[in-house]
Design a protein around this ligand. Structure first.
Ligand code: GRG
Length: 296
């Protein structure tokens, strides 16, 4: 019997696929391709591709691996832009200087643009995926990147206007983080050919998981975590975040409600005993540990 595939092994398959999707560094324009290798192949956790593979029931065929990498290409594009001087003005990302610092701002912007272009190309060229699935995945991705998704979340974040309600900031977190998780899990499920009920449950799961992950990211921004992030901390001290808006009891409540919601929806989607559920539980341990260290 084949032993169950572990997450470390899946991550190495994702890394190999990502490398394969890029033009070689020696291919002209070399400066751009070197910047793309640098930004993409650093120390990322590859959480989004892993979610796709696990939602596809640990499928590791070429089409699932390629589709799983789409979210990582988009995520990397967003990190490059987020770090620019005109945005968060960061210096470190994935344990090394940001792409615009190691290369140049113009190269970083072009590398990011080319990652988005590549993402749509990977979907269009993916073998053994029917045209209707490709259209559905592309339309979903367009929504996730656009003004109701990452771009919209980022502009709201940069404008940093007073956030009126907790639900408004939760919506912002969904746009900045949750919607790409949603894309990742739903894409995995689409490749399995699941029904609308499963897609709906996974969409709700991803909203809860995205909220938890963004809350965790806010915690990492605290100086306590400077050694473990591989990126700049205290970037958000002047911004409204759930941590600044919530009392410690409310943060604990939000963590526990979102975990309960994520578990419930994974179970509704039929993933109770799956490696996806195990990965999610492992993430919860990390989130709760960070909350404990911050004293919330
Ligand atoms: C056009 C794609 C595109 C985006 C434009 C710049 C921008 C709009 C959005 C940025 C949104 C952003 C940076 C959200 C934060 C997401 C987040 C929690 C990042 C950290 O993710 P990890 O911890 O990072 O998974 P690694 O490095 O492990 O992949």
């Amino acid at each position: 019997m084949t032993p169950p595939m572990d997450v470390v092994h899946l991550k190495s398959m994702v890394n190999a696929t990502l490398l394969n999707l890029l033009p070689a560094q020696e291919t002209s324009p070399t400066h751009l391709h070197q910047a793309m290798h640098y930004a993409l192949l650093g120390s990322g956790k590859r959480l989004r591709p892993l979610l796709t593979l696990l939602a596809a029931n640990v499928a590791t065929d070429s089409r699932t691996l390629r589709m799983a990498c789409v979210s990582e290409l988009v995520h990397t594009a967003s990190l490059i832009l987020d770090d620019l001087p005109c945005m968060d003005d960061a210096t470190m990302r994935r344990d090394r200087p940001c792409t615009h610092i190691r290369f140049s701002e113009s190269t970083a912007i072009l590398a990011s643009t080319n990652f988005l272009n590549l993402a749509y190309g990977v979907i269009a060229d993916c073998p053994n995926v029917d045209a209707s699935t490709k259209v559905a995945v592309s339309a979903h991705l367009s929504h996730v990147i656009g003004s109701m998704g990452l771009v919209g979340g980022q502009i709201a974040d940069l404008q940093n206007q007073p956030v009126g309600s907790k639900s408004a900031i939760e919506q912002l977190y969904h746009q900045k983080t949750g919607c790409l998780f949603e894309f990742a899990v739903v894409t995995g499920a689409r490749l399995r050919g699941v029904d609308a009920e499963v897609i709906d449950a996974l969409t709700r799961f991803a909203r809860a998981f995205g909220l938890l992950f963004q809350l965790y990211d806010d915690m990492l921004d605290h100086s306590t975590f400077v050694q473990e992030t591989g990126k700049d901390v205290q970037q958000d001290t002047a911004k409204t975040t759930l941590l600044s808006l919530y009392t410690p009891e409310e943060v604990r409540g939000a963590l526990s409600n979102a975990q309960a919601m994520a578990r419930e929806q994974l179970s509704r989607a039929g993933y109770d005993e799956s490696l996806l559920a195990a990965l999610v539980e492992q993430q919860f341990v990390t989130f709760n540990g960070a909350a404990q260290r911050l004293g919330v």
